[in-house]
Write a protein that binds this ligand. Structure first.
Ligand SMILES: Cc1ncc(COP(=O)(O)O)c(C=O)c1O
Length: 405
């Protein structure tokens, strides 16, 4: 069997991988090749929402792969139609485009926005405002949309047409929009605001309702589009199906991926009828919306979309948050606060503590708990949405032990 360092030598050095080889999973548990067991508080970065080896997913995969796996978008397929219909029934969107990842879904949203803006404003350069600390993907356009220079450094020139504003800061947003919409600036036009309802990678920071309302009003006033990136906080993770439901503000376009098919690759860009301006041949994807991915997503959506399931996510999220708050009182030297929605929770480490998320997640790994950071000072807790109360307590106990070390 190959060792982790032998495996490393086969790849571009894009990932700082943990030195274990994961072999199998069941529910919220994973096992490595040495047989060591891990409790999963990470879910493949908020993706394996129904955990590992979920019987309904396995059954759908087996059935659909035997029936039809790929046909191209030059034909219709029933799983794709069913998934698009699910989106129209369970969200504010009327039309769907399917692809294979989050970045691709955001690329599609950016292209749709540009098309819409050119139809409305002619050749003026469409400017999309995004938030500082946001994360929207690794392709060149989504990298530029991302409001964190650490992801952009070394990949210049970046793509034109993006400006970053502070997150949850209404005055700064209004000021930027005012500058963009001033008379005499006709070579550039305010085309859209793209936001995560809760910033995941950027530090598990929930959006504030007033800020999102202000963004909606500014877009309505200037004929711009409001786009939400629901890739990490959507598909039930917040305790609502969509993060925007937490805020009570509807977008014109939103994107989904990660948990949409519980770990099977898929992305979606969905939009209201009024902004769906793509014409034949203007966008596409070979694999996007293939029957296999869509069938799995339909199965996952059927489970997660049930109100009883979402109530459980809310309940488990409260249990997790209560446990984290207790840790806060026990370790005031290290911990500063907690924040999050449902089963996307952040434990904020004090700036002056020697602890970082890499130190904590390395210690957690030794103790059989898989954790991930959202930056150096926020531990991100994103377990499978099917996690039990007992597993939450078990994870919290391990966290307490490693904080006490
Ligand atoms: C909010 C958000 N948008 C976009 C992406 C990019 O998704 P993908 O890695 O599937 O391209 C991510 C991935 O972490 C994300 O969290």
């Amino acid at each position: 069997m190959r060792t982790p360092s032998e495996i490393d030598a086969l790849f571009h050095t894009t990932y700082a991988r943990n030195q274990i080889i994961l072999e199998r999973g069941k529910g919220c548990r994973l096992w490595d090749t040495s047989g060591k067991e891990y409790l999963d508080f990470f879910a493949g970065i908020a993706t394996a929402s129904l955990g590992h080896d979920h019987p309904a997913i396995c059954e759908t995969l087996a059935k659909q792969s035997a029936q039809l796996m790929h046909v191209s978008n030059l034909y219709y397929s029933l799983p794709q139609a069913e998934l698009a219909a699910w989106f129209t029934k369970h969200s504010c969107a009327d039309r769907a485009f399917f692809c294979n990842s989050g970045a691709e879904a955001n690329e599609a949203a950016i292209k749709l926005t540009r098309k819409y803006s050119h139809a409305k404003h002619g050749s003026a350069i469409p400017i999309i405002l995004t938030a500082q600390q946001s994360f929207h993907g690794r392709t060149l356009a989504t990298l530029t949309a991302t409001g964190q220079t650490k992801y952009q450094k070394g990949f210049e020139p970046l793509v034109a047409g993006f400006e970053h504003v502070p997150f949850n800061d209404i005055a700064a947003l209004e000021e930027t929009v005012q500058k963009l919409t001033q008379a005499g600036k006709s070579e550039r036009v305010f085309a859209a605001i793209l936001l995560e309802p809760l910033q995941g990678e950027g530090g598990v920071t929930p959006g504030q309702r007033d800020y999102f309302l202000a963004a909606r009003q500014l877009c309505d006033k200037h004929g711009a589009l409001l786009i939400f990136d629901e890739i990490q906080c959507g598909m039930g993770r917040s305790g609502k199906l969509w993060g925007y439901e937490k805020l009570g503000v509807e977008p014109d376009i939103f994107t989904s991926a990660k948990g949409l098919a519980g770990g099977f690759p898929i992305g979606a860009m969905v939009a209201k009828e009024s902004v769906s301006v793509f014409q034949h041949g203007e966008h596409g994807s070979t694999f996007g919306g293939n029957p296999l991915a869509c069938a799995v997503a339909c199965t996952v959506a059927g489970i997660i979309g049930a109100s009883s399931f979402l109530e459980q996510v809310e309940k488990k999220g409260t249990e997790l948050q209560n446990g984290l708050t207790k840790l806060l009182t026990k370790f005031p030297n290290h911990l500063q606060g907690t924040r999050g929605w449902g089963l996307i929770q952040g434990l904020v480490l004090k700036e002056d503590s020697e602890l970082t998320t890499s130190i904590l997640s390395a210690r957690a790994l030794e103790h059989g708990l898989l954790l991930i950071g959202a930056g150096p000072k926020v531990v991100r807790l994103v377990p499978p949405l099917i996690i039990s109360s007992a597993e939450i307590q078990e994870g919290l106990e391990i966290l307490e032990r490693i904080l006490a070390q």
